[in-house]
Structures are given as structure tokens and as C-alpha cells.
Design a protein around this ligand. Structure first.
Ligand code: SAH
Length: 456
């Protein structure tokens, strides 16, 4: 096993839990006593300048991140390793009542592997649990005419749910072990059963999991270019239906695993959608950057009188409309295809007013280098949204830019409030859903911010 010896002092960040080694932190690479070169994807041991053992990593000399530590000990990386790690990931989410007490998250869709934060650097796995739909039409006519659809209605008609996976390989060492990982995923999910702490979880039928019927790869992401990996998308195992009907917080949503954005559905906002909906009773709602209506539909089901879902993506809005029908709220929900910056200006000219505005834009800051441009963008949408907000209205403002920390985000909101001449009271401040764990010392896992503010 080759050894990567760090320069003096470079171990501090790693000792705090950060798993990456940057190429400029390396003093020398040794194979036995000899200097050596690393091959992309190979395993290597990391040591401090004083020869303290720091862990075992997957290496990639083509990347600025030359090594990603996956274990504090000298364990190998074979199928057995992947099975172990995946099982641990599932247990962290489903067996300790850690995600949400009392509800059976195992039957809901969730991120089951969140890369470094699950000690599987560069591997993302989302599992969607639901029912297959062969066409968009099938979706709108789905199963039963009762609205809103409930899991019980669908299950009575179509039988128990199945599951499918969307995966991303974002590090060379993971991409190289793709087949081992897919084998381990299929095997582990087939046999895993959640073991609830303190007795069975209500509604636990020890199913809803099982071997996935299909695995789709969604690795056409920029991060792969930094690893010198080609962009790749498409079916990896089994088959994927045209659409999948899932339930989130008990509400039906249809998604498309192959064409949807990212891995199909933004699972990281699951809990924040419920939070936003708790402010929706009787409200006129604007869900800006709505994608398929995640927030807007929760708000409509939460008692909103009128909801506008706005996004620049026509297919996303088409899905939002379908989701509204399945939820029985199409009379209260309209979709608007527009650039949000323009729409907010238009609404201001028209003196439109809303009681609840949700802003959930894409990551404006892709890295620390464009943080100032990003802040200008965030400031603008928050300022304009505040101008549309009624007295006492609620702003739910999100940012998924990892480069923007909580403090800077809150300051941006305060600056937008100053410029809009509004006073804000923070009602809540959350991060991503619990199935996207936060690893202390690894700030990259601390990315989603969701602030709830009441405007006086
Ligand atoms: N709120 C959504 C997720 C939003 S993802 C949910 O809960 O699922 C960000 C969305 O912003 C994408 O759907 C993308 O199409 C849209 N988008 C990006 N830039 C935009 C712009 N300038 N104007 C309008 N929509 C935009």
C-alpha cells in the first residue's frame, strides 16, 4: 500500500473530521521506502508529517482533491466493505428512530447514501419508493379517482410499493468500483430490515424496501469533470418506468427518474416543505423556483387559499400541475413559466401581494470564488419578495450554496430587509432533511439553509 505523507500541520483539518487531502498538502508519496506516483482510483494510506496514521483513502492524482479518506483504519474496499457501509447508512436513517420519530420513513423515498457524510466519499444514492407509472396519462388517471390520493388507496389498488435507485459517482475511486457498488446496493437493500429502537414503529410492515427494480445513473454533473471522469447518464441495472408515484409526508408526487433535475426529486427539502406548510393556512402563496411544486403543493394541502408555482422549466411545471391534480388542489394552484427575477419585478409593478413566499433557488454560488455575484442574486430575490409580502406575512428563504454559511446568509437577509424597509422576526432556521447527514468538520455536508421570517 502506498503512503501519502502530508506536510507539517496539514493534518489539523483532517483530525477534525474533514476527509479530503488537497494536492498542495502532500509532502511525498512513498511505496515502501521508494518515492512513487499514484494511479487514479487506487487506495493509499494517509500519514501526518510525524507519521501519525490518519486513515485510508481513494486517490486521484488528476484531481486537486488527491485523496478522500473513507476509513480511519486499514480496511480494504471490496464488495463486503460496500455492503457494510451501506447497511450502516441504512441503520443510521431507519433503525434508530433518528429521522422522524413515529413515522415509517423506510417506506418513504430518501437519500440512503450521502457521500463523505456516510463515509462513502463521492457516492450519492437516492432511493425512491412508490409505484410505477407507464405514461404521463397513466399518472393522471392513476389507480383511483379519489382525491387526494393516499398511500392506502394506491396500495389497495396496486399492491405494495417497489423501489428504484438514482446514483451518482462523483469520485474516480468510486466510479472505478461501480459494479461492486451496484452489487452491494442490490444485495443490501434486498436483505435489510429496519430494527426500530424501542419496539416496532407504527405502520411498519417490514416492506417497502427490498431489492430495487432498477438503478439509474445520474452522473452528468460538473464535479466529475474535476475528477477527469466523463459525464454519464442512463440505465445501470433493471428497468425504470416512465414515472414513479411517490408519497412525501403523505402527499402524492410523480417524478421522472431519467429526465428530472438532479436525481428526480429534491429530497433534502422534505422536512422544510412541511415546516413552510404550517404557515399556509388561509394564505396567498408564491412558490418561487417551484420545480414540480414540492413547497406549493404542501402549502395548498396546508390550507392556502391560492398558490402560484413559478419556475423557468416547462416540464417541471407540467409535473407540478399533475401533482396538484393528484392532491386534489388544482382549483387553488396555478403555474407560471417565467424567470423569477423578471416575475418578481412584474408582480411589484402590478402591486401583487402574498402572505407566504417561498424562495428556493438553485445554488447561485457554485464555489467560494463567485460568492459575491451569488450574494447579489440572493439579495435581489429576497428584497423583491419582501416587497410583495403582506403585513405579518412569512418569507421562507432557502439557499443550497455550500459556499454560503449560515451567518453570511442571515446577514444577506437582514440587508434585503433593510433595503425593503421591513422588519423581520426569525421564526425558524433549518438545514437539510435528516437523510442528508451533516458530518462535523466537513462543512461541505452543511449546505442547505432554510430561514423562516415573519415580516412586520
Ligand atoms: N423548490 C423545488 C426545488 C427547486 S430547484 C422543490 O421543492 O422541489 C431550483 C429550480 O429553479 C429548478 O426547478 C429550476 O428549473 C429553477 N430555476 C433556475 N433558475 C431559474 C430562474 N432564473 N427563474 C425561474 N426558475 C429558475
Amino acid at each position: 500500500m502506498k503512503r501519502i505523507i502530508l506536510k507539517q500541520g496539514e493534518e489539523d483539518r483532517i483530525l477534525l473530521g474533514h476527509p479530503w487531502v488537497y494536492d498542495n498538502e502532500v509532502d511525498r508519496i512513498l511505496d515502501g521506502p521508494q518515492p512513487a506516483l499514484l494511479r487514479p482510483g487506487e487506495l493509499a494510506d494517509i500519514e501526518s508529517s510525524r507519521k501519525t496514521y490518519l486513515g485510508r483513502a481513494i486517490a486521484n492524482p488528476q484531481s486537486k482533491i488527491i485523496a478522500r479518506i473513507y476509513s480511519p483504519s486499514k480496511e480494504g474496499m471490496d464488495t463486503g466493505f460496500f455492503k457494510r457501509r451501506i447497511r450502516e447508512s441504512l441503520e443510521r436513517r431507519f433503525s434508530q428512530g433518528s429521522c422522524r420519530q413515529g413515522s415509517n420513513l423506510y417506506r418513504e423515498s430518501a437519500r440512503i447514501v450521502f457521500g463523505e457524510a456516510d463515509f462513502l466519499p463521492g457516492l450519492i444514492v437516492d432511493r425512491y419508493t412508490g409505484w410505477p407509472l407507464e405514461s404521463a396519462q397513466a399518472a393522471s388517471q392513476t389507480a383511483c379517482t379519489e382525491r387526494p390520493l393516499t398511500p392506502e388507496l394506491v396500495e389497495a389498488k396496486l399492491g405494495p410499493p417497489a423501489s428504484w435507485l438514482a446514483v451518482q459517482f462523483l469520485a474516480y475511486g468510486m466510479d472505478e468500483r461501480r459494479e461492486d457498488i451496484l452489487d452491494a446496493l442490490e444485495y443490501t437493500l434486498e436483505w435489510f430490515r429496519p430494527a426500530p429502537a424501542g419496539g416496532p414503529v407504527e405502520g411498519d410492515r417490514k416492506e417497502g424496501g427490498g431489492r430495487p427494480l432498477g438503478i439509474v445513473e445520474r452522473s452528468a454533473v460538473k464535479a466529475r469533470e474535476l475528477e477527469c471522469l466523463p459525464l454519464r447518464e442512463g440505465l445501470a441495472r433493471g428497468s425504470i418506468p416512465h414515472g414513479i408515484l411517490i408519497f412525501e409526508n403523505g402527499l402524492p408526487f410523480v417524478l421522472n427518474l431519467e429526465q428530472g433535475q438532479k436525481t428526480g426529486h429534491f429530497l433534502d427539502q422534505r422536512e422544510n416543505r412541511l415546516l413552510a406548510a404550517s404557515y399556509a393556512e388561509g394564505a396567498r402563496v408564491l412558490d418561487a423556483f417551484s420545480y414540480t411544486g414540492g413547497f406549493g403543493i404542501h402549502a395548498a394541502r396546508g390550507g392556502a387559499v391560492r398558490v402560484v408555482c413559478a419556475d423557468s422549466s416547462a416540464p417541471a411545471l407540467e409535473a407540478a400541475r399533475l401533482n396538484a391534480r393528484l392532491n386534489g388542489v388544482e382549483d387553488r394552484l396555478t403555474v407560471v413559466e417565467s424567470d423569477i427575477f423578471e416575475l418578481l419585478r412584474l408582480y411589484e409593478r402590478r402591486r401583487e401581494e402574498f402572505d407566504l413566499i417561498i424562495l428556493d433557488p438553485p445554488a447561485f454560488a457554485k464555489s467560494r470564488s463567485n460568492i459575491n455575484d451569488a450574494l447579489r442574486g440572493y439579495h435581489e430575490i429576497n428584497l423583491r419578495a419582501l416587497r410583495l409580502l403582506s403585513k405579518g406575512g412569512t418569507l421562507v428563504s432557502c439557499s443550497c450554496s455550500q459556499a454560503l454559511d449560515d451567518g453570511r446568509f442571515r446577514r444577506m437577509i437582514a440587508e434585503a430587509a433593510r433595503d425593503a424597509d421591513r422588519r423581520l422576526v426569525q421564526k425558524d432556521f433549518r438545514h437539510q432533511s435528516a437523510d442528508h447527514p451533516i458530518l462535523l468538520g466537513y462543512d461541505e455536508s452543511f449546505y442547505l439553509k432554510c430561514g423562516v421570517y415573519q415580516a412586520l
